[in-house]
Design a protein around this ligand. Structure first.
Ligand code: NAD
Length: 263
């Protein structure tokens, strides 16, 4: 897909390391010709991001904690100083207390419910509100990351399932709100991937193996596959897709039961 994003500029939020889904997307978008800016959460992640950003020709990195309005204000002010307009934002951010990503959902605490929904869903709305004025004249694309645990029960995913359901709904509401400005809003829904956030979910290895063995394509999604989908959505090829949840899960979501050899 060389060159399909030539001349486009975008912000990537959520690279923690080279296994991050946001990094898979950043690489694919850079290979497709896009110029990138990054946010990271705190100094330690900043150190990891620096060489990765440099490898795609970016020196634009801003520290953002999405629970801190001031850090978001500062990031978008810095972005506006550097680039008057942007073409896309990738929001690949989620969090829940690991202690509640295992065991019974009924034990979800009020505090962790609020934190999980704030970081994993509200932050996308907050980011969209700040980003869309920079996209208004040129159209643009907002992308977030979700998971099939939003509408089908996945053991241990618990409150993150509720947060992802809210995020998917927010994707549709934002798509409707921003559509008249020519801005498209979509979510990519990969199957389980071996990342920091993925590892925090109870039984992650079993979930990964189960999808790998049972998905119609008999494998898990790769960073390249998710990156390719993001490139499509941000490019002219995706120009009439909005409010959509696009699965990149090897077809796992179509199954009603495991393959006979794994029953
Ligand atoms: P990751 O750990 O590499 O990325 C998660 C990112 O969220 C990190 O960069 C972290 O710094 C950031 N983050 C968390 N709290 C934050 C805060 N308060 N402020 C700013 N940033 C914050 O893991 P990942 O799997 O690449 O996750 C990216 C997205 O993909 C998440 O939305 C996740 O739910 C989603 N997703 C992951 C999988 C999977 O199996 N790994 C599957 C489907 C969807």
């Amino acid at each position: 897909m060389n060159g399909v994003l030539s001349g486009k500029r975008g912000l990537i939020m959520g690279v923690a390391n080279e296994r991050s889904i946001a990094w898979g997307i950043a690489k694919a978008m850079s290979e497709a010709g896009a110029e990138l800016a990054f946010t990271y959460q705190g100094e330690a992640f900043g150190k990891r991001l620096q060489p990765l950003a440099a490898s795609v020709g970016s020196d634009f990195m801003v520290d953002v904690d999405v629970t801190d309005e001031a850090s978001l204000d500062a990031a978008f002010a810095a972005l506006g100083d550097r680039w008057p307009t942007i073409d896309f934002v990738v929001h690949a951010i989620a969090f829940s207390d690991k202690a509640e990503l295992t065991g019974r959902f009924v034990n979800t605490s009020r505090d962790n419910f609020k934190t999980s929904l704030e970081i994993s869903c509200y932050s996308f709305i907050d980011v969209a509100r700040r980003a869309y004025p920079m996209m208004k004249d040129s159209g643009g694309t907002l992308l977030t990351l979700t998971y099939g645990g939003s509408n089908r029960v996945t053991p241990n995913y618990n409150v993150m399932g509720v947060a992802k359901a809210a995020l998917e709904s927010a994707t549709r509401y934002l798509a409707n709100d921003l559509g008249p400005d020519g801005i498209r809003v979509n979510a990519i829904s990969p199957g389980p991937m071996k990342t920091l956030a993925g590892a925090a979910i109870g039984g992650a290895r079993k979930t990964y193996k189960h999808t790998d063995q049972n998905a119609p394509l008999r494998s898990n999604a790769t960073l390249e596959a998710v990156g390719g989908t993001a490139v499509y959505l941000a490019s002219e090829a995706g120009a009439y897709t909005t409010g959509e949840i696009i699965r990149v899960d090897g077809g796992f979501h179509v199954l009603g039961m495991p393959q006979p050899e794994h029953l």
